[in-house]
Design a protein around this ligand. Structure first.
Ligand code: ADP
Ligand code: MG
Length: 478
């Protein structure tokens, strides 16, 4: 039996406001435990929450960036549950009337095709505190610094059909929120995390299967692995005659498996009701217009521009726009390269990103500056060096051995383009290899590569390849 996977994601993006969503307490990460929660965050008697306008503006930015509708009126609700890291006994969230309604985002798939993923809603809510289980013997610590930190929860339609698509969507949202500067996207610190809802159904079936929810996954790699594991588990259960129960599961990256956390029957009844301390949130057209004016160039717009202006494929462009820093780096390489956008894209994507990946570095930490890489590309374009020698120089740049032209000079890597010199070299090779020359002339065409190899070897790879080919052909015909 063939199975189809169905995935919907709930993404929590921590909004980068300076203060909390309903209080003036700081949201700074990494402070001493319990130094940044105030009476409002703790829900002490007699306090009143006041909505942070900046969080609302960020939600509007998201709506505009995700082709979504801004609700003119939305409502904050209390979601009641008991947990040690939630001293108030309820979380303020939005329920029936979220601030962001229906939107979509197009994701770029490997094969250069795009797919539209629909966004059901996005709502504003406050985060809870944190339970700390390490560093304590037989006890748990509670750090309430995170209580009241603003979150935007972005809920997708069940539109994704593979773990790969889910990761592509998650990355697209990650890129978008960072472009909009509404979330720092730091997954290690938990500022960007997701729950994956997963089900399977026989291929061709139109009804969805029963889903499970994988909680709080905080890396792209783990999302892919967790979903793949869960899909296989579900297929195994069904094929051996069992049934999937709707439940919440936890992914354990160390064991690469998912474990049941709680079933839907045990799930909380949150007894939602509108928060009597907060007025409905009303957003005017004027505010939306003002936010539109401060919107930066969006990932999708940059993608189209890169494809058009630099004649790049959708796939290459999608890599280069994946963060603003990456896009800026690329554009500055192009500027230095003497109008070589395609060669520049190749060097950034294959060489630089390859090396950065291997070293575990971000583009911002690249040992090679965009100006240096641009200069390197320009030296290939103006025939000072060959593409092959450029790789040697790339390595030298990586090891911070200096500037491109100095390295070429110091190491004597300049390409040989002097016709006389190349002719002399070829004459020597022909004289030294009479047998090969005779064989070539009697029809063994393949030997051409042998002569090219000899020339490269004797010149240390420095002969201009086009000139070499041309002159060699002529001389061998004689
Ligand atoms: P809950 O509040 O119980 O988590 P939601 O209605 O908010 O439920 O849905 C959560 C997510 O589950 C959404 O992203 C939705 O796309 C996804 N989803 C719903 N049904 C399925 C299904 N059968 N398979 C996979 N994902 C699903
Ligand atoms: Mg859910």
């Amino acid at each position: 039996m063939e199975w189809e996977t169905v995935i919907g994601l709930e993404i929590h993006a921590q909004l980068s406001t300076k203060s909390k969503i309903f209080s003036g307490a700081s949201t700074q990460f990494g402070a001493e435990p319990n130094t940044q929660a105030c009476g409002i965050d703790l829900g002490l008697p007699g306090v009143l929450p006041v909505l942070n306008q900046e969080a609302v503006i960020m939600a509007i930015k998201f709506a505009l960036g995700a082709n979504a509708e801004v609700a003119r009126k939305s409502v904050f609700a209390r979601k009641n549950y008991f947990y040690p890291d939630l001293p108030k006994g309820y979380q303020i969230s939005q329920y029936e009337l979220p601030v962001v309604k229906k939107g979509y985002i197009d994701i770029q798939l490997d094969e250069g095709t795009t797919k539209r993923i629909h966004i059901t809603r996005a709502h504003l809510e406050e985060d809870a505190g944190k339970s700390l289980h390490e560093d304590f013997h037989g006890l748990s610590g509670i750090d309430l610094n995170r209580a009241g930190t603003p979150l935007l929860e972005i809920v997708s339609e069940p539109d994704m059909r593979s773990a790969k698509e889910a990761v592509a969507y998650l990355k697209a949202i990650h890129t978008l929120v960072r472009y909009l500067e509404i979330c720092d996207g730091n997954m290690q610190e938990g500022s960007f995390r997701c729950d994956a809802n997963v089900s399977v159904r026989p291929k061709g079936e139109s009804k969805f299967g029963t889903r499970t929810e994988l909680k709080n996954i905080n890396s792209f790699r783990f999302v892919e692995r967790a979903i793949n594991y869960e899909v296989e588990r579900q297929i195994n259960v069904i094929e051996s005659g069992g049934k999937i129960v709707q439940e919440t599961r936890l992914y354990d990256p160390n064991k690469n498996e998912t474990r049941s956390m709680r079933s839907k029957e045990e799930a909380n009844d949150y007894r939602y009701f509108p928060d009597p301390d907060l007025l409905p949130l009303v957003i005017s057209d004027e505010i939306i217009e003002q936010v539109k004016k401060i919107l930066p160039e969006l990932p999708q717009q940059k993608l189209s521009r890169f494809m058009e202006q630099y004649h790049l494929s959708a796939y290459d462009a999608s890599i280069l726009i994946s963060s603003k820093a990456m896009a800026n780096y690329y554009e500055s390489v192009v500027k230095e390269s003497g109008d070589q956008p395609k060669v520049a894209a190749n060097w950034v994507i294959s060489e630089l990103l390859g090396a950065l990946n291997k070293a575990g570095l971000e583009i911002e930490e690249s040992p090679i500056s965009s100006a240096q890489l641009g200069k390197l590309v320009s030296r290939i374009a103006d025939n000072t060096i060959s593409g092959k020698i450029a790789k040697t120089i790339f390595e030298a740049l990586w090891n911070r051995e200096g500037e491109v032209d100095d390295i070429i000079e110091k190491r004597g890597l300049k390409q040989v383009t002097d016709r006389g010199a190349i002719e002399k070299l070829i004459d020597e090779i022909i004289a030294a290899n009479p047998q090969q020359v005779a064989d070539y002339r009697s029809g063994k065409d393949k030997l051409f590569g042998y002569f090219v190899g000899q020339a490269m070897k004797l010149s240390g790879g420095k002969v201009n390849p086009q000139q070499l080919n041309e002159i060699l052909k002529k001389k061998l015909q004689a």
